[in-house]
Design a protein around this ligand. Structure first.
Ligand code: MG
Ligand code: ZN
Length: 230
């Protein structure tokens, strides 16, 4: 269509849309404040919280279960399992006899600092040195909601294909550690672990990237060491 030099189109936000933006802004601000409160409480008790983000099926639960297995005899650990609807993941980890709090978001697509704060009131925080928080399986909005953790980990698995990092830069920019999981499947999936790692480093040159397989145990020790060093 010929453009005669005038305005091609005008898009006007409805009052509702503007209201949404204002609401979102105050929501994020409120979350930020609660995240700081969570962090202060955790620090006061000498507890380190680590927040695991990643898509559904990236292997967050299994990875956390392996880390719990490795660390629970050395220090007090606890797990918060965010899940929109089921308690499958919480049940799986609770078998290891560590405190587990299921945080059901009732179809909400991310954990927030308010829910985590409620969880903190459910555990004996003095006995917990390391708290694992499993976020909802979603690679978009958890990035916007800090929870008060000391470090955020993104778990990406080779089974999610070669473009996961490029398509979700936000998640990786806000993380302190990246785990590339299910590397035992890399060949079958024809996905290069090195390429995924280099995509991460293009976004964030200094971030630690650890390839893991919960099946063979490869890399689990390194992740545990990295978490203890945060
Ligand atoms: Mg899970
Ligand atoms: Zn969300």
């Amino acid at each position: 269509m010929a453009n005669e030099g005038g305005i091609q189109a005008t898009i006007e936000a409805s009052p509702d849309e503007i209201y949404d933006i204002e609401l979102e802004h105050s929501l994020l601000e409120a979350n930020e404040k609660l995240a700081k409160e969570n962090r202060a409480l955790l620090d006061q008790h000498g507890t380190t919280a680590i927040d695991f983000m990643g898509a559904i099926g990236s292997g967050k639960t299994t990875l956390i279960a392996k880390l719990v297995e490795k660390l629970k005899d050395k220090m007090g650990v606890a797990v918060f399992n965010g899940d929109a609807t089921t308690s499958n993941d919480a049940d799986a980890i609770a078998k290891q006899n560590v405190p587990v709090v299921q945080i059901a978001t009732i179809n909400g697509c991310h954990l927030d600092a308010n829910l985590v704060g409620k969880g903190l009131r459910k555990i004996d925080i003095d006995k917990v040195k390391l708290l694992f928080i499993e976020n909802i399986g979603n690679l978009i909005c958890p990035a916007e909601f800090p929870l008060g953790s000391k470090a955020r980990v993104v778990v990406v698995s080779v089974t999610e294909g070669p473009w996961m990092v490029r398509k979700h830069p936000h998640m990786f920019l806000g993380a302190q550690l990246v785990v590339i999981n299910k590397i035992d499947m890399a060949k079958a999936m024809e996905v290069s672990v090195e390429d995924l790692a280099s995509d991460v480093h293009k976004l964030k040159p200094d971030i630690k990237v650890i390839p893991t397989s919960c099946k063979t145990g490869e890399g689990i020790e390194k992740v545990a060491a990295a978490l203890l060093a945060v």
